[in-house]
Write a protein that binds this ligand. Sequence first.
Ligand code: NAP
Length: 516
Amino acid sequence: MSELLPNHVAGGWVHGTGPGVALIDPVLGDTLVRVDAGGIDLASAFAFAREVGGTALRALTCRERGELLGAIARVLQSHREAYDAIACANSGTVKSDSAVDIDGAIYTVSTYARMAARLGDTRHLIDGEAVRLGKDESFQSQHVQVPTRGVALFINAFNFPAWGLWEKAAPALLSGVPVIVKPATATAWLTQRMVKDVIDAGILPAGALSVICGSSAGLLDALQPFDLVSFTGSADTAAIIRQHPAIARRSVRVNIEADSVNSAILMPGDAPGSPTFDAFVKEVAREMTVKSGQKCTAIRRAFVPVQLHDAAAEAIAARLAKTVVGNPRNSTVRMGALVNRAQYDAVRAGIEQLAREGNVIHDGAQAGLVDADPTVACCVGPTLLGVRDPDAASLVHDIEVFGPVATLMPYRDTAHAAHLARRGEGSLVVSLYGPDEDALARMALDLADSHGRVHVVSPSVAALHTGHGNVMPQSMHGGPGRAGGGEELGGLRALGFYHRRAVVQGAPGVITSMGI
Ligand code: NAP
């Protein structure tokens, strides 16, 4: 029988009491480990995190918490190879795709460790300037932000078991708030292993970091008013969470990162072979294939001026044709598997649904798999679809096929392109490609209401931009509408979620003393 991974709660390691759910290698079909959360005393686990972990973290200054983050980053770096092996086995990813998750996690923790130095030896944040409330300065108002005395519960998606934990835990721990992470079951192993390494290294105070692998049953019931929930996953699960009494009645603060039908727009005035045309083509193909398209930020809809449609279709298809798909352990393979059979079936069904509204420009299924049995491996070749009349289509603007799939569509003018992008009803990211920086700036502002991030690629940055789908800790991650309405990262802005804002009204001496 495979190993049953223990959970870490209330400062100790505990095994679930049930038989466990098996985590599977999506390429070979082997059982790897099992996870189970049965029998855990969740009320005690949450209370321990709040009372013991939270108290210890709040006693530290921001500078000291930042030093903990620095130590965490070093521990994670020292186990980098073990994480790569787990990601390959459990997520079916090639090395470069595993790196997006693992190195993205380590980079994010390191970045917050560095940012902490800017905060110095404080335990709370001063919010804005003091303002006088009377005729003179003798009675004033000053807003402050103090760490919440609750616990931060993270319910995460399967596609980023490493980054998904640390992009949330870094700002939470820096804020002085203890963390309980419940990773998606399918890929919980990497999250559990990272937590284990950090706990074993003795970096954090007891109760500061807990991990519960397996069923989510009872987690939301354990929440109390000053706790927080940060959820990443599907819109359907998000809707269940929003309706839970902890959120609906006890005002537990919630952040939701959900589905998103992101866009890339090649601006008018470009031509085949130009730096930005090439950057657009490269980015669409890259976003379709990195992590087999299992990124919430991946390009799902690519819009091009109508006269460039055929040239763009040909160029993207030519790139996709070079993508070798199969067993990530084979060095010729560039794209591995989807996470499991359920996702494989969902992606195949999604392609069929989208193809009803359009045509298949590039069918990745034709090339076959390298070193992998197609009856076992959950691999899907990159598939580019085309829709000639995006106004008449509806599924393409609505369905997020969470795999290596995108749809190319023509538009008439920039107003039409912006209208089509907005039919995603709120997305995490839109990227723009073109030579005219004034036109790009106008379009960026026009789309900023419905997109959390606008990624702009003009010729001077075509070779050095950070990528449409890469979430940088310095920049906000999240989007309005169907993307969940959440906000994460954005540098020190992320700390706001873990702090409570209050206003203190009093004499200037009181106000001044608070700033020390
Ligand atoms: P999911 O099925 O919604 O699961 C997400 C998490 O919720 C998992 O940990 C899951 O646990 C848990 N969960 C399931 N039912 C629950 C319930 N009733 N109460 C509380 N928790 C529950 O999503 P997924 O399939 O893992 O992830 C894919 C989706 O995530 C995609 O749609 C993608 O767009 C989205 N995503 C968004 C972002 C973003 O930043 N916006 C990032 C990554 C992914 P189990 O695994 O144990 O079921």
